[in-house]
Design a protein around this ligand. Sequence first.
Ligand code: FEO
Length: 167
Amino acid sequence: MISKKMEQMLNEQYNKEIFSAHLYLSMCSYFLDRDLDGFANYFKVQSQEELMHAEKQFVYLHDVDGKITMQQIDAPPSEFHSTIDCFERTLAHEKEVTKGIYGLVKQALDEGDFATHTFLQWFVTEQVEEEASVKALLMKLKMIGDNTSALYLLNDELLKRTLTVSE
Ligand code: FEO
């Protein structure tokens, strides 16, 4: 049985994951509009990953007799300044998500809720990977600068990204 406080915090996290999915789909749309199909694919897969995170939280909360309550989701930005701008916003957003996950972990520890603590470990690891991969791409983009050929090579590389369903 999960506490009301933990249930409320997991609900907030669930709704943030849905917002994240919309944010990355908005970036996908931005890149499709610029005919950068590889970057668009990267963010489409990113969006699908966020829905997978939300699904994990949905299933877990119901497994421990809690309930997901859908909330109104804010509209994500639809205008971006550049490719680098998208990745900088992504990194900033993921850092906020990490903070949220750490807050959940702390609450689980404070309550002695070891089931939720164990459940959250997957997300702790996932956030390390997400931040690292965005940072690596940001670094590449900064090296690429105004080199259009290099940008298209990276675009082709990102076209290969597929959704990995991890347990
Ligand atoms: Fe669900 Fe990108 O963290």
